[in-house]
Write a protein that binds this ligand. Sequence first.
Ligand SMILES: [Zn+2]
Length: 341
Amino acid sequence: MAPVGRGVVDCLPMSTASSQLVIGVDVGGTKILGALVEVTGVGALPDILEREQVASSGEGGDVVDRIESVVARLVDTAVIEGRRPEAIGVGLAGFVDRRGVVRAAPNCPGLVGVDVAGRLRERTGLPAIVDNDANCVAVMAHHSMAPDCDELVAITLGTGIGGGIVLGGRLVRGATGFAGEPGHMVIDPAGPTCPCGQVGCWERFASGHALGRLARVAVAEGRAPEVLAAAGSADAVRGDHVTDLLASGAPGALEIFAEWVGHVATGLANLILLLDPGVIVIGGGISAHGEILGDLLVRSLEERFPAAVEGRDVQIVMTPGGPEAGAVGAALLGAYQVRPG
Ligand SMILES: [Zn+2]
């Protein structure tokens, strides 16, 4: 009979007795990244021993098949070296309930209702756990930045905005398990509609996707000729065209980016006021531009949100582990599931 782990991990240990070999998988809208990870102790980045990456199609059954094949290859790699992983963790962008079942997943709608962890347990005989991908980034940050980050908020800025909240060293899950979805906080009741059914959600303004939307508006108004030239046509403008021009100092790109960062700051100010974190961790592809992003964020918070800033000392950092943080965080959740610490 396949081992059955607890549905979710809440309490994050501050010590690990010995090293653990685990598998972490980060399921995104375009790719699936799997990692064979050695977890040795808090306060350090876990070692990635092997990576497997495949495209994710967005279709349900096919995505689960691809996750299974990535995991199977990593198990094989470990076995060839005479070892066996202890557990599997999977992170994905979506609303994951307290039993680890996906209830909504805009980037992988076919995963909704699918017991991914159960499939992996059956296939490998290993304990498996599924969680929200931003929770995985929060867990990764908590582990690698220990012991000074028991109060942290992780935000992932990608197609949408994900959130993972750690308070008092515990992942905050809420009554249904859906806590930490700040992307759908409404910041402008007159804003654009969101696929979630609301109007003016934060992620319509401050996700990586929204940077492209702001850029297209700027180009249409003739404010960013450099961005238009880089994209070739107004319809082709994406957020990448803006960020690629930041290093060159192109005024139009800098103006669009500063406008977008202002929207990021609005949501962060609300989160600071609500949760009083000591650390805010920024993840997602945009974190590659962390230096300019961090500087502009701090400036925007100080200029516009004194109630959120004064009397506090919130650190804003880019996620440890970069683009692999989600996979490593998923692996950590797998490790914590079998050895809670
Ligand atoms: Zn929304």
